[in-house]
Write a protein that binds this ligand. Sequence first.
Ligand SMILES: [Zn+2]
Length: 239
Amino acid sequence: VSVARGHTSTALAVALACAAAWRPAAAGDDRGDDRGLDLATRLAARGDLVDLATVAPRVRVALAYSTTDNFLGRDVYGDLDRCYLNRDAARMLSAADRSLEQERPDLRLLVYDCVRPLSVQRSMWSLVVGTPKQPYVGDPTGTSRSMHNYGCAVDLTLANDRGVALDMGTAFDQFDERSQPRRERKLIRSGQLTRAQVANRHLLRRVMKAGGFRPIGTEWWHFACATSRQARKRYRVVD
Ligand SMILES: [Zn+2]
């Protein structure tokens, strides 16, 4: 992902839904005594998170924030290369995968981001604070949380059997209006998205909904396992 991004109010709204969807947290942050361990080790040791590969081995995982090919241009996940989700979200993504396999056995889900620990959010914040990218990252010192912080959200697309992502009209984390499902009809009419691109998004939404996930109107790649109110009640923030 190496697209130029505008800094419009629309872009801000998009960021608010995903990277910066901050809402009050009912449960306290999870701060164990394992902060010295690397992220991959810490997440693997948590009993409340599931490695997606153990329940949905067909799904391809390519964590965007574990590379420099993301809107930050920085690797903030380090050695983490696996997708961890809470138990509900992992079970739902496995169901979505089965739904896709039934409808389009030639395609795969391709995952870009899963649980995003609060510790990573702090790293991301330190990279963008005071820069034009600040609107795209939530302030980790605030009282509200992204659904990714609960292991309840996943960012993903569809890929062919060679692992090549289908054309969704924009790149993952491209913060502009063309990424917004709520604008798709208008964008087709104005020629900014093709029917084929939107059909690909519809297929992604169909299989994710079949698994029980909730799409949002601002980012075609983002799906949550619950409402923010439900997540606050049911899950702990991962740090
Ligand atoms: Zn997301």
